[in-house]
Structures are given as structure tokens and as C-alpha cells.
Design a protein around this ligand. Structure first.
Ligand code: NAD
Length: 498
């Protein structure tokens, strides 16, 4: 048996343990109606398994269990050190099954197995440990009161959290929300993308085996406008922690307004500028980071450096080197250990990305490399890394998120022009620049409208730093100690003494 055959055989064994049912109150439970959805792999378009198509009644059942668990206090009133111990044990159990999580994530998303092994799964474990470790180290505050009074402020969990996440980093992004929500004593209903539900179900199963109380971490699968909408409109859900598209974000705001005025936190899209100034000498390093800054995860990253803005004198050299790197990145089978670029998430998404490329072609833009689907004979959803040069800053390709392996390159002449182009979209998620000038770096770090700015290195932050956007890229922050705040209310308590 080859390594690939062994991996596929293991996937079959694993999905057989994940029935087409939601995971509620510590176990898989039949849906109210038995409806299910086909789950196909982007790798070859074949059926992996079926997942439950949960409806409002299923969501109601999950929320009721999460609420009962919150109300009984078994989780939120647990001593912080004990909650920490359980979460650390949970992390160790995921680690012990890391290969299984990586296999499920790759077959479901089309991501290279090398990436799910090296990034998605270890990062999820790291996130869980980070927030577990924080539990008994974050303090409340005592107010400056007169001596006849003692006033203090405590953070209290909100209750039932609705976690709604997309398909590009299913486990990793879900954990950015699950871990701080758990750490602060909340219970939750997680709604993964209908395209990628496997690792969320496996996670909920593992949580029970790790000893988390039943009903703390529940998972409902199904469609956004059915299961997702029911979570968003539920009167007993106190917060929707969401990562996904702007379109869905707008629907969630309406659902919150129409129901219980629940809170929402949004990590939405981006069109992040990656600026290269002529004073930076090492253009090879920039070319590699610029290419991987857009092509990693098949370009399906909200923080992708999708707009490469290059100072005129180094434009030709930069373009040549980025294209040279792009040509070395060959789409291949995600389950093959040697693959660095896998499949796009779905047939529909591949078609949407290719439609943008065709638009560029029709508008006469210069497609320097790629611009084609690949490996169509496999039945999977692959495309070549694509570089489009001289894209006018106001062209839709430079304005709208493509969410695929498509890099738009534009030149600029002056710092002012660079800043105007960089800030000239409706987004404000991330931005990066390469310059030898500390003065310029500082000026741009201040003036760029972005939740994250990276100087002389793309995507150089980790769990310790806040993650989130300005403008229509969203509001609220994942990662860092700040993420704990959105899962809590603050209560002020005051004692007056005789
Ligand atoms: P999406 O908005 O279509 O779906 C995200 C989730 O929302 C899925 O679970 C989906 O089922 C659910 N959903 C859809 N409609 C819903 C509704 N009416 N009510 C409730 N839930 C609903 O996004 P996607 O296509 O899965 O993911 C791609 C998008 O996510 C891109 O726009 C990308 O930029 C964004 N994203 C942002 C970040 C970030 O951190 N800023 C990270 C990753 C992805």
C-alpha cells in the first residue's frame, strides 16, 4: 500500500466515525428530519461523506442544551485552574490525533497535507493552549473608592455563543473563537461551513473524550441560510462570533436586529496592499514572500497580499521575480506530501475566481502567468497561480476580493500615490511594506488604514497579537488577550461598609 493509499484508507475510517448528525450535549444526535447534504472533496470531486442538514428545530435543540449547560454552572463556575487543566488536556488529545485532524482537513478543504500538518492543526492546538494558560492569569479590577466602600469590576461570560466560520481554515479559525469563549466560561453552538464540517465534528467528539462537560461545545452542520440563520436569529444566543464574507455579515446584522439585539463580531474580507519601495535591496526575499503571500492556501486567505504595489524603478525586476516564483508553484494532489498548492474549495468557487480572470482578459489586462484551470482531468478544482500586471487601482480586480490565487500588480511613483492606492478600497484588514527607511516605515504604519501592518516581512504576527480589520473588513478582534473581552460582560459590584 502506498503512503497515499494509506492516507485515503485512514480518511475512510475516520469519516465512518462521523455520522450525518449534529453533535449536541456530548453525543451525535439524530436530526429532527433526517435530511443530509453531500460532502465532496475538492481534490477530485468525489463524495467523502454526508453531513446533517440541520434546520431551525435542530439549532433550537443545540442552543437549549448549550443554555442549560451554561445555566447549571458546571463550566462557568469551575475553578479557573480546573478549567485550564481540562482545556490543556483537550489540547493534548488533539495533538495525539494531529494526523487524523490533518487528514480530515485536507480531504475536506483541498489544502495540501503538508500545510494542515505544519500549520492548521498545530496552530489550533497552540491557540487552545494560549487561552487555557490565560485563564488563571487574567485579573479583574478594584476601583479607587473611598475607604467606606469596596468596588470591583469582574468579567462575566455572556452565555451561549454562536460561532459561524468559513471553509478556508475551518479548524484554525474556529479555534480562534472556541478557545477564548471556553476560557471565559461560555458554552457554544458552532456552525462550520457546509463545505468543511469534518474537523469541527471531530473536535466536539474529542472535547468530550477530554472531559469537557457535555453541552459546552455543540456543533450543528448545514447550510448558511438554514442552520446559520437559525443560530443568528436565536433568542438565547448572546453573540455571533463570525468569520466570513461581507454579504453574510450584513445578513447577520439584520438577524441580530430582528431578534434579541445579540452582539456580533466580524472578521470579513480584505484586499490587502503589499508595498515594495525601491530602497529595499533584497528583492528575491520580497518576491518569495509576495508570491506566497497570495498563493498560500490557494489564495483563499482574508489577509492575502492580493495587491502588489511596486515603486516604478524596481517594477520590472520585481514582476519578473514574482512570476519566476509563481511558475515554480505547481497545483497538485493535496493528499500528496510533496504538494504545496492544492485545490480550491469548491467547483462554484473555482468558477467564480476564473470569472474574475476572464473579466481581466476581456478588459485587456496583462495576464503575465497562469490564468488557467489545471488538472481538470482529476475532477478536482485546481488553477494555476496567476499574476496580472498594470492593474488600474480603480479596476474591480483591484477593488474586490477574489479569494483565489490571483495577484494584481500596480506601480506607483511617489509615497503619496502609494498611500492613496493602498488605502483606496473599502477594506482595511492587513497591509505590508518593504523599505530601508525607518522614517517611511513609521509614517506608513501610522497612515495605512488596516488592522494589521507588517514592515519588512509579510504576515509576521502570531497568536499574541490582535487580528482583525478596519472599515468593511469587520470589527472585533481575534487572537491575543484582547479576544477574551468580546466573550464577556463587565459587572461592577460595590460594597458600602458601616
Ligand atoms: P460565507 O460568508 O459565505 O460563509 C461563512 C459561514 O457563514 C459559513 O458557515 C456559512 O454557512 C455561514 N452563512 C452563510 N450565510 C449565512 C446566513 N444567512 N446566516 C448565517 N450564517 C450564514 O463565507 P465563505 O465563502 O465560507 O468564506 C469566504 C469569506 O470569508 C471571504 O469573504 C473571506 O474574506 C472571509 N474570511 C475572512 C477572514 C478574516 O479573518 N477576516 C478569514 C477567513 C475568511
Amino acid at each position: 500500500m502506498t503512503t497515499l493509499d494509506a492516507a485515503l484508507a485512514r480518511v475512510s475510517q475516520l469519516v465512518a466515525t462521523l455520522p450525518a448528525q449534529p453533535f449536541v450535549n456530548g453525543a451525535f444526535q439524530a436530526t429532527m428530519h433526517g435530511d443530509a447534504l453531500d460532502n465532496v472533496s475538492p481534490r477530485d470531486g468525489t463524495l467523502v461523506n454526508r453531513i446533517a442538514r440541520c434546520n431551525a428545530a435542530d439549532v433550537d435543540n443545540a442552543v437549549a442544551n448549550a443554555k442549560a449547560t451554561f445555566d447549571d454552572g458546571a463550566w462557568r463556575r469551575m475553578a479557573p485552574r480546573d478549567r485550564k487543566r481540562l482545556m490543556l488536556h483537550f489540547a493534548s488529545m488533539i495533538e495525539a490525533r494531529a494526523e487524523d485532524f490533518a487528514l480530515l482537513e485536507s480531504i475536506d478543504t483541498g489544502k495540501p497535507i503538508s500545510a494542515t500538518r505544519a500549520f492548521d492543526v498545530p496552530q489550533a492546538i497552540n491557540t487552545l493552549r494560549y487561552y487555557a494558560e490565560a485563564i488563571d492569569k487574567v485579573y479583574g479590577e478594584v476601583g479607587p473608592s473611598p475607604s467606606s466602600r469596596l468596588s470591583y469590576a469582574v468579567h462575566e461570560p455572556l452565555g451561549v455563543i454562536g460561532v459561524i466560520v468559513p471553509w478556508n481554515f475551518p479548524l484554525h479559525l474556529a479555534m480562534w473563537k472556541i478557545a477564548p469563549a471556553l476560557a471565559t466560561g461560555n458554552t457554544m453552538v458552532v456552525k462550520p461551513s457546509e463545505l468543511t464540517s469534518l474537523t469541527a465534528l471531530k473536535l466536539a467528539q474529542t472535547a468530550i473524550e477530554a472531559g469537557l462537560p457535555a453541552g459546552v461545545l455543540n456543533v450543528v452542520t448545514g447550510l448558511g441560510h438554514e442552520a446559520g440563520d437559525a443560530v443568528a436569529r436565536h433568542m438565547d444566543v448572546q453573540l455571533i462570533a463570525f468569520t466570513g464574507s461581507e454579504r453574510t455579515g450584513r445578513q447577520l446584522l439584520r438577524a441580530a436586529a430582528d431578534s434579541n439585539l445579540k452582539r456580533v463580531s466580524f472578521e470579513l474580507g480584505g484586499k490587502s496592499p503589499h508595498l515594495v519601495f525601491a530602497d529595499w535591496q533584497d528583492l528575491d526575499t520580497v518576491a518569495t514572500q509576495a508570491a506566497w503571500g497570495i498563493f498560500y492556501n490557494q489564495g483563499q486567505i482574508c489577509t492575502a497580499g492580493s495587491r502588489l504595489l511596486v515603486e516604478r524603478p524596481v517594477m520590472d525586476t520585481m514582476l519578473e521575480r514574482v512570476v519566476a516564483v509563481a511558475r515554480t508553484i505547481i497545483p497538485s494532489d493535496p493528499m500528496d506530501e510533496a504538494t504545496s498548492l492544492g485545490a480550491l474549495s469548491s467547483k462554484g468557487h473555482l468558477e467564480a475566481v476564473m470569472a474574475q480572470v476572464e473579466r481581466a482578459r476581456a478588459d485587456g489586462l496583462r495576464i503575465v502567468c497562469g490564468g488557467q484551470v489545471a488538472r481538470a482531468e482529476t475532477g478536482g478544482y485546481y488553477m494555476l497561480p496567476t499574476v496580472i500586471a498594470d492593474v488600474p487601482p480603480d479596476h474591480p480586480l483591484a477593488q474586490d476580493e477574489i479569494f483565489g490565487p490571483v495577484l494584481c500588480v500596480t506601480s506607483f511613483e511617489t509615497d503619496d500615490e502609494a498611500l492613496t492606492i493602498a488605502n483606496g478600497t473599502r477594506y482595511g484588514l492587513a497591509a505590508g511594506l518593504w523599505t530601508a527607511s525607518m522614517n517611511r516605515a513609521h509614517r506608513f504604519a501610522d497612515a495605512l488604514v488596516a488592522g494589521m501592518v507588517w514592515v519588512n516581512g509579510w504576515d509576521s504576527c502570531d497568536i499574541t497579537m490582535p487580528f482583525g480589520g478596519f472599515r468593511q473588513s469587520g470589527f472585533g478582534r481575534d487572537r491575543s488577550i484582547h479576544a477574551l473581552e468580546k466573550y464577556c460582560d463587565i459587572k461592577s459590584v460595590s460594597y458600602t461598609f458601616g
